[in-house]
Design a protein. Structure first.
Length: 410
C-alpha cells in the first residue's frame, strides 16, 4: 500500500532524528571528558588519591574539577553516570539500520552486480558482522598484543581496512560505508556497556564494601576509552557518508574508507595534544590535507575502473516497469531529472550523479520508484528548487504511477 510507504518514511525520519540527538549527546560528552582528562594538572595541594585538577569557566560561573585515578577515599552520595548517551545512540542507529537498509534491502543493501544474494542472507551477514566484530576486537584487547597501546591500534586499523574491503564485496557502496560506521560504533558502544561501566561499578562496589579497588580496572577502561576517542570522527563520517557518492560509489571506496580512519587519527591527535598542553602539532593538518587530496584523486579515477550498474530491471521492481503509467513517467524523469542523475551529468558544476543515483534507463527508474515517489511525487524535494520546472501534473503522474503499481500487488 502506498500509505505504508509514507508511514515508513516518517518512521525512518523519527529514527534518524533520534539518532542525531543521542549521537550529539554521546559525542559531546565524550569530547568534553577527553579534553578534561588531558588538561588535568597535578598540584601539591590535591587530596590523597587525586590525580589532577582543572579550573574551567562557562556560562558566567567557575568550575573546580578533580579526578581520582582509581576512586576517592569515601564515596559521594550522588554519582552521575554517562552511559545512556552511548546506549541510546547505538539503539537508535540500529533501528535506523533495520528501517532503511533491512526494510529496503533490495534497493539500499543489495547490489546483485556485486553479490547475488537474497535480502535475508544480506541481513544475516550484516548482523553477524556486527556481533563478530566486537568479539574479535575484545579478544585482541585481552590478548598479549593488547599490552601495546599503539601496536594494538595498528592491528585494529588493519582489521577495519579489511572490513571496509569485505563490506564492499557484499553490499552496495552506500551500505558498505554505513556498515563500516555501524561496525565501529558497535565496538565503541560495547566498550561502554561491557567494559567501562561494569569496571566502574566494581570500583564503586569495592569502595562501599571497604575494599581497595583494583587499578587494572581503571587502566582497562581507559584503554577502551582511548580507542573510542580515535574512532569517533571516522564514525561520524561513515554515518553521514550517504551524502558523498564520490566516496562510497567509486572503485576504490574501501581504500578511501581506510584513509578516512587515518584522517580521524591525525585530527584527533592535534586536539588531544593541544588539550594536554603539549604544543600544537600543525603537521597533523598537513598530513590530513594530503590524505584528503589522495581521497579526491581516488574518487575521480577513470570511469572504466568503476563498477558497472546492472542493466536489467530486477524482478522485485518489474511491476513499476510494467505499469501503464510508466512510459509517461519515464519520459518525465528523462526530461526533468536525468540531466543530473546520469553517469555523465549535463548540468554545469555536477561531475557525478547526486548520491550515486542514475535515472537514465528504464531499469534505473523502476528501481528507484519509491524514492522518486517520495522526493518528486509526494513532495517537491526534487528537482532542487524545481530548477527543471517539473509541473504539478507531472508530479501527480509520478504519484499515480507508484500508487497504482503498488495497488496492483495487493
Amino acid at each position: 500500500m502506498y500509505e505504508f510507504a509514507i508511514a515508513w518514511e516518517w518512521l525512518a525520519f523519527a529514527a534518524r532524528w533520534l539518532h542525531v540527538v543521542t549521537a550529539i549527546a554521546w559525542i559531546g560528552s565524550s569530547f568534553y571528558f577527553i579534553a578534561l582528562d588531558l588538561g588535568l594538572v597535578r598540584r601539591d595541594h590535591l587530596p590523597p588519591g587525586a590525580y589532577g585538577e582543572e579550573w574551567q569557566v562557562h556560562g558566567g560561573g567557575f568550575y573546580h574539577i578533580q579526578k581520582y585515578l582509581v576512586a576517592p577515599a569515601a564515596m559521594p552520595e550522588h554519582l552521575t553516570w554517562f552511559k545512556w548517551e552511548s546506549y541510546a545512540t547505538w539503539l537508535s542507529g540500529f533501528a535506523m539500520l533495520c528501517i532503511v537498509y533491512y526494510g529496503g534491502a533490495d534497493l539500499f543493501l543489495i547490489d546483485r552486480h556485486v553479490l547475488d544474494i537474497s535480502a535475508m542472507t544480506a541481513i544475516l551477514i550484516s548482523l553477524a558482522s556486527l556481533g563478530l566484530g566486537w568479539i574479535l576486537y575484545d579478544l585482541l584487547c585481552k590478548s598479549p598484543v593488547g599490552k601495546s597501546t599503539w601496536g594494538l591500534m595498528a592491528l585494529l586499523y588493519l582489521v577495519l581496512v579489511a572490513m571496509a574491503w569485505g563490506y564492499t564485496q557484499v553490499f552496495t557502496g552506500r551500505a558498505a560505508f554505513l556498515h563500516l560506521g555501524a561496525f565501529t560504533a558497535t565496538i565503541m558502544s560495547a566498550n561502554v556497556f561491557f567494559i567501562i561501566i561494569p569496571n566502574q561499578k566494581i570500583v564503586v562496589g569495592d569502595l562501599i564494601a571497604g575494599r581497595t579497588p583494583d587499578p587494572k580496572l581503571g587502566a582497562q577502561a581507559k584503554q577502551r576509552s582511548l580507542h573510542n576517542n580515535y574512532l569517533t570522527l571516522p564514525v561520524i563520517f561513515f554515518m553521514l557518508s550517504n551524502h558523498y557518492p564520490l566516496a562510497f560509489a567509486t572503485a576504490f571506496n574501501w581504500v578511501i574508507a581506510g584513509l578516512v580512519f587515518l584522517m580521524g587519527v591525525t585530527i584527533r591527535h592535534w586536539f588531544n595534544t593541544t588539550h594536554a598542553r603539549k604544543g600544537k602539532p600543525t603537521w597533523t593538518w598537513a598530513v590530513t590535507a594530503l590524505l584528503f587530496i589522495l581521497v579526491m584523486w581516488l574518487s575521480t579515477v577513470p570511469e572504466i575502473l568503476t563498477v558497472e550498474e546492472r542493466a536489467e530491471t530486477a524482478p522485485e521492481f518489474q511491476r513499476f516497469a510494467d505499469n501503464a503509467h510508466f512510459p509517461a513517467v519515464s519520459e518525465t524523469i528523462s526530461t526533468r531529472c536525468s540531466m543530473c542523475h546520469a553517469a555523465e551529468p549535463a548540468y554545469e558544476g555536477i561531475v557525478r550523479p547526486p548520491n550515486g543515483v542514475k535515472l537514465e534507463s528504464e531499469a534505473e527508474i523502476a528501481a528507484r520508484a519509491r524514492e522518486i515517489y517520495i522526493q518528486a511525487g509526494r513532495s517537491h524535494a526534487m528537482p532542487p528548487g524545481n530548477i527543471t520546472e517539473m509541473t504539478d501534473e507531472e508530479r501527480r503522474l509520478v504519484t499515480a504511477w507508484f500508487e497504482s503499481a503498488v495497488g496492483e500487488t495487493r
